[in-house]
Design a protein around this ligand. Sequence first.
Ligand SMILES: [Zn+2]
Length: 251
Amino acid sequence: MKVGYRGKLILLCCFLTFLALAVSLPGNTASFFADLELNLEKQIGRSSYESICTQMKVVDLPEAEMERLNDIFNRLVKACSRRKELQFKLTVVEEDSVNAFALPAGYIFVHTGLLSYVQSDGELAGVLAHEIAHVDRKHGMSALKRQLGMALLLQILLKDASEQITKIGNIAVNLTQLGYGREAEYEADRYGVYFMERAGYSRTEFLSFWNRLVEESGGGENPAILQLFSTHPPTSERIKRIKALPLTPTQ
Ligand SMILES: [Zn+2]
């Protein structure tokens, strides 16, 4: 986003006003910084989304098929806690491997390889819910903060340097590809199962997806399948933990 001199001046005035408010009303300080961070997440998410759209081939599925996917997706989004502050978006990309990934601010990508691999809506819902959970729990932003430091991120936001945002967007893409670490993955499984069950799907389907993947990836002969494992903790441990989760209360 390019902002001219006048825009920057307005932004600076807004910032100073907010800062004055934040200082005079300590109770509001937390929400002030939360707003700032949310704004930053949206800019980084948008930028990394655009970067992926130039790197990968975005697929336009037939209208009815896309509607069906969005229907599953929206049911899951409705079950997550950040549904009101973010606009979640699902994008399909041409890629044979069985995979999906999430960028900050709710941009979720699925590979065509995943769509042809899943055997039911519930299996797909399980994978999508896991990705939505990464966004809901802010794993992308936490990874960026660890990598760059929050002070630097905020400084960039206040300068409104679009070039810097693009750079950070690219870092966010790389972090997604590296995975968010073992604990974040377990947390995404936990919340993902909760979201899918609230949306009316069963974890049994997610588990059958995993069991099939484990069986078929056998001796690691299928690189298309292996990609999904490479950034995540051991699958046997994930399956065990998912089975042990308490059942989501029905509303
Ligand atoms: Zn994950």
